[in-house]
Design a binder for this molecule. Structure first.
Ligand code: SF4
Length: 322
């Protein structure tokens, strides 16, 4: 294993049972592998239901993987007991999409930010950590006077800052950002992105940044992985994904990114993806994207394309590359 890899996901599979149907499963994630180096930001992109959040929750063990393995550093943490996993939970934290539903409305900001410290046994009462918490609130652009307030007293952007303070208070190395700005006003999104970048620099953090469109991860990610229906379709450094997208699905996602200039928008010679995402209970045979792909060939309906390196670490799962 490469020494500077912080998180490695190997052949991860996560299937969920379908209630009332004993033989059916939801294929949320099927055989996905990637590695995130220390200090890197990996952007994971795809439509809702493609398995991005399931991967995130499997890494922090909110879901138990069906098969495959997850490494933190050189340690396989997939099968660890809750007790053995506790020190690793301190090293990795997660920020969710909706800052309102991730904060208990009955708790003050002081108690909310103290919760991870109490869960890790670092303090037993929130007030014991008040100085540390005030410091952290200052770091995320809030102040001591916010300690006694409740989540409903804040704007969406401020609530996401509270979530960030909660994630950072344990001084983790790795943070999963699950669509952290999707629920925020456009004017606030840039502020939160800047704050995330600032913390990454100051604290040498590593991020897994999940988003549903490529425009969101363009300016922050070192590498980008594009997922479709539980599978990784394309993976490479972010320059390549924008300048030389090879998978028809990635090309479709890029075509869907709004262009601010109407003239260039009209001249943009790309086709957006049509149709709906097939059911993950019975994903299409062969290439999972074949039912929506404008370049579908006979082989695509029969044989699943393997994700392979087509040069310079640019990984693509498409028969057009054969
Ligand atoms: Fe399209 Fe075939 Fe490539 Fe799948 S394998 S993306 S169906 S061309």
């Amino acid at each position: 294993m490469t020494e500077d890899v912080l998180v490695r996901v190997n052949n991860l599979v996560k299937h969920f049972p379908v209630p009332g149907k004993r033989k059916s499963v939801v294929h949320a994630v099927d055989d996905v592998s990637f590695a995130i180096r220390k200090g890197e930001i990996l952007g994971l992109v795809g439509e809702s239901g493609c398995g991005k959040s399931t991967i995130a929750k499997s890494i922090v063990r909110m879901h138990k993987p069906t098969s495959g393995s997850i490494f933190m550093g050189s340690r396989d943490i997939t099968g660890l007991s809750e007790k053995d996993l506790k020190p690793y939970r301190k090293r990795m934290q997660m920020v969710f999409q909706d800052p309102y539903s991730s904060l208990n409305p009955r708790m003050t900001v002081l108690k909310l930010v103290a919760e991870p410290l109490i869960a890790q046994g670092i303090v037993s009462k929130a007030r014991q950590a008040k100085d540390t918490i005030v410091d952290m609130l200052n770091n995320v652009g809030l102040s001591a006077e916010h300690c006694s307030r409740y989540p409903h007293e804040f704007s969406g952007g401020q609530r996401q800052r509270i979530c960030l303070a909660r994630a950072l208070i344990l001084e983790p190395e790795f943070i999963i950002l699950d669509e952290p700005i999707s629920a925020l006003d456009v004017s606030i999104q840039a502020q939160v992105i800047n704050l995330l970048q600032e913390f990454k620099q100051k604290r040498s953090l590593t991020y897994l940044f999940i988003a549903h469109d490529l425009s969101m991860v363009r300016y922050v990610s070192d590498h980008v992985g594009v997922m479709y229906l539980g599978k990784m379709m394309e993976y490479c450094d972010s320059e390549q994904i924008y300048n030389r997208p090879l998978h028809p699905y990635t090309q479709g996602l890029l075509a869907a990114v709004p262009v601010p200039d109407p003239v260039s928008a009209i001249s943009k010679n790309t086709t957006a993806i049509e149709g709906d995402l097939p059911s993950p209970i019975s994903p299409p045979e062969g290439c999972r994207f074949h039912t929506r792909c404008s370049e579908c060939m006979n082989i695509c309906r029969e044989e699943e394309p393997k994700l392979r390196d087509v040069g310079g670490g640019h990984m693509v799962a498409c028969h057009l590359m054969d």
